[in-house]
Ligand binder design. Structure first.
Ligand SMILES: Cc1cc2nc3c(=O)[nH]c(=O)nc-3n(C[C@H](O)[C@H](O)[C@H](O)COP(=O)(O)OP(=O)(O)OC[C@H]3O[C@@H](n4cnc5c(N)ncnc54)[C@H](O)[C@@H]3O)c2cc1C
Length: 317
């Protein structure tokens, strides 16, 4: 075992709580034993950093394409500790006003190529894990508009036919977007004047999805080591050294970074920054009528039912 130290400020509560101040706390850097090194660690063909949906799916794709590869995932958290276990569980590919806003900034083919990738990703995830494991509910998606959003609603409505043609070529579903203003009262929505339904959308149980994805990966002999906070990567000849804050170096033939907003730590030229986003879940609500995934204001705000609770979220970057 190797010890290094970090300084922790002395607590000012001495005397109040009768706690002796701790000024230095040793961090234990775990050195692999001979047995650990030869069995658990070795030199994997591929190390993936981050066990979110992208890291796990990358590992699964690699292992499916080439079963003889030794693939290891390193994750800083005891569980995956990123967006994949903390999101809203919308199985969605874009509300109308969100896509219309995207069309103002990007060419039509790029916007719908992204929609197609989202759709195909959902189809693949559902096929891979099964709807029972995802707890997939095909309740549909709805974009809501208040009285102040009348112009936005009318603009969306004027694009419904065009969008439906494009969406049919992607999803095979007909008339995906429809005016659903007549359904507002059935959901008990107070301040909503208009609504557009997206019949291709659903919702999943995010925790269940990730738990099943981990089980799927482990079934393919993908190794997942939790509690390893990778600090840097060094390439040497034809191999990679992966250094961490709390463990001995791990050597691999290749490394893949799937740390989402934290990718810049290893790839400084990438223009990505971590951003904070949150969802809130209410207590159970007796007699809740709301059922489905709801979008507001170009997708910046969203809410859904989880059984008889409501999840609220906001921010889109
Ligand atoms: C609040 C919120 C709501 C969302 N709602 C939806 C939704 O309803 N539908 C939808 O499709 N998408 C939604 N998203 C987006 C979706 O969750 C993300 O796009 C997706 O989870 C990203 O997956 P990922 O694997 O790239 O990243 P993450 O899940 O963030 O995984 C990155 C992993 O890397 C690990 N890691 C980071 N740094 C290190 C390191 N140095 N060493 C080791 N491990 C490290 C982290 O602990 C984490 O587990 C939402 C996102 C947020 C934040």
């Amino acid at each position: 075992m190797k010890n290094s130290t970090i300084s922790i400020p002395s607590p000012s509560l001495k005397g109040v709580l009768n706690i002796e101040p701790i000024t230095e706390k040793p961090i234990t850097i775990m050195n692999w034993s001979y047995w650990e090194k030869t069995t658990f660690i070795g030199k994997p063909d591929v190390v993936i950093i981050g066990s979110g949906i992208v890291g796990l799916s990358t590992a699964i794709e690699l292992k499916t394409a080439q079963p003889s590869l030794r693939v290891m995932i390193l994750e800083r958290g005891v569980l995956p500790y990123g967006a994949s276990t903390r999101n809203a569980g919308f199985a969605c590919y874009g509300s109308m006003s969100e896509l219309m806003e995207d069309l103002e900034k990007h060419p039509h083919k790029d916007v719908f190529a992204l929609v197609e990738r989202r759709w195909k990703g959902l189809v693949r995830l559902r096929k891979r894990l099964g709807d029972n494991n995802l707890k997939y509910e095909p309740f549909g998606g709805y974009e809501v508009f208040t009285a102040e959003d009348k112009n936005l609603f009318e603009s969306c409505l004027s694009n419904v036919d065009d969008f439906n043609k494009t969406l049919e070529s992607i999803t095979g579903l007909q008339n995906v977007y429809q005016n659903a203003t007549d359904k507002i009262s059935s959901f008990g929505l107070g301040n909503v004047q208009h609504m557009i339904e997206n019949s291709g959308e659903g919702q999943i149980d995010t925790g269940s999805m990730m738990q099943s994805l981990i089980a799927f990966a482990k079934n393919l002999n993908i190794e997942i080591l939790n509690g390893i906070q990778v600090s840097s990567i060094k390439t040497e000849n034809n191999s990679v050294k992966i250094l961490s804050d709390n463990c001995d170096t791990i050597e691999a033939h290749r490394v893949i970074i799937t740390t989402n907003g934290f990718a810049k730590q290893f790839l400084p030229s990438y223009e990505v920054e971590p951003a904070r986003a949150q969802v809130l879940v209410t207590e159970a609500i007796t007699g809740l009528q709301l059922k489905g995934s709801f979008h507001y204001d170009h997708g910046y705000y969203y809410f859904r039912n989880i059984g008889n609770r409501i999840l609220f979220g906001g921010a889109r970057i």
